[in-house]
Design a binder for this molecule. Structure first.
Ligand code: PBG
Length: 317
């Protein structure tokens, strides 16, 4: 390799066109998935616009706008009318996500409809599975309900299901009932402090305890690879790492080890931090968001779930 002055790395940084030409990482609306919350009543969120609640009617209008902006994929979360011990709102035929899917599917055949498959928004105790007699989440008893939820989403029109509960064996349980449906496995989902704003909007904070008994310990990366291995063996089509920015090394490790497409979830806390710093005048939101999303792609994610998807598309147009 030659050295200075033969080599001058600044030569390719001199104009925007040159920088565009040699950029190693691309970022486009094609790579992004917009999360949407569907609830019995709408709730605007002025501070965090990506984290408002839609009704079935307003989610239809929103998807119309998103498609016009070039967004091709959304992931739906639901808030039920009533919660119970088993989270039945997650799988009942007229559940809020099921109704949204039935409204969206015929109107937008080209929009990819992903659904988050979990019980935490639907259970009275706020945990991601059902509780056993000891008030611990009962892994094996939860599997049937998780799989039932995925099936009801597909029956209502979902293209892709995304189990986020972190029960062992849930990908296999869903795969058995849905041989044709793509599954995005939230494979390496960490017990993170960065889910705060999501838990507010989705009303999904655990009523007691925490999620460390099923979500991953933030100190671990080899374990993330084992989680991915299990999900691949059980029939996952995409793997996911979540959160994204504090776990770029995990994204890279999964990218290097597995050849499946990889998603990363740029979670609510990551979005809220930048919004808050921008509101305080400390950061330029648009630059910080584009840099964050580019970094997630550079680390190895093919697909990014992000609350910035809509704003990013608006910045591009
Ligand atoms: C449901 C779920 C959560 C998120 C996505 N799916 C919350 C949690 O596990 O507590 C978090 C998303 C975000 O913070 O943006 N299990």
């Amino acid at each position: 390799m030659s050295s200075f002055p033969v080599t001058r790395l600044r030569r390719l940084r001199r104009t925007g066109a040159l920088r565009d030409l040699v950029r190693e990482t691309s970022l486009s609306v094609d790579d992004l998935v917009m999360p949407l919350f569907v609830a019995p009543a709408a709730l605007r969120n002025e501070r965090l616009p990506g984290l408002g609640r839609h009704t079935v009617d307003s989610v239809v209008r929103e998807c119309d706008e998103l498609l016009a902006l070039g967004i091709k994929a959304v992931i739906l979360f639901g808030l039920p009318e009533a919660k119970d011990e088993e989270g039945s709102g997650a799988w009942i035929d007229d559940g809020v996500v099921q109704r949204a899917l039935r409204a969206l599917r015929p109107r937008f055949p080209e929009l990819i409809l992903l659904t988050d498959v979990c019980l935490c928004e639907y259970t009275s105790h706020g945990h991601c599975g059902v509780l056993g007699s000891d008030d611990e989440v009962d892994n094996d008893a939860s599997l049937e309900l998780i799989a039932r939820t995925a099936v009801s989403h597909v029956e209502a029109g979902a293209d892709v299901v995304c189990p986020s509960d972190m029960m062992d064996g849930r990908v296999g349980a869903i795969r058995e009932l849905l041989p044709q449906t793509p599954i995005v496995a939230y494979s390496a989902k960490y017990a993170s402090a960065f889910y705060g704003p999501f838990r507010d909007v989705a009303d999904a904070a655990p009523a007691f305890g925490d999620r460390r008994g099923y979500q991953m310990d933030p100190g671990n990366v080899r374990e993330a690879l084992r989680e991915c291995e299990q999900d691949v063996a059980e029939g996952a089509d995409l793997l996911m790492v979540k959160p994204a920015l504090p776990y770029l090394d995990v994204i890279r490790a999964v990218r290097d080890r597995f050849d499946l497409p990889l998603a990363a979830y740029n979670v609510s806390g990551e979005y809220a931090m930048v919004k808050a710093a921008a509101a305080a005048g400390d950061l330029d939101e648009r630059a910080a968001a584009v840099e964050s999303l580019t970094a997630i792609r550079r680390a190895g994610a093919d697909v990014v779930l992000t609350y910035w998807a809509k704003e990013f598309a608006q910045w591009q147009s």
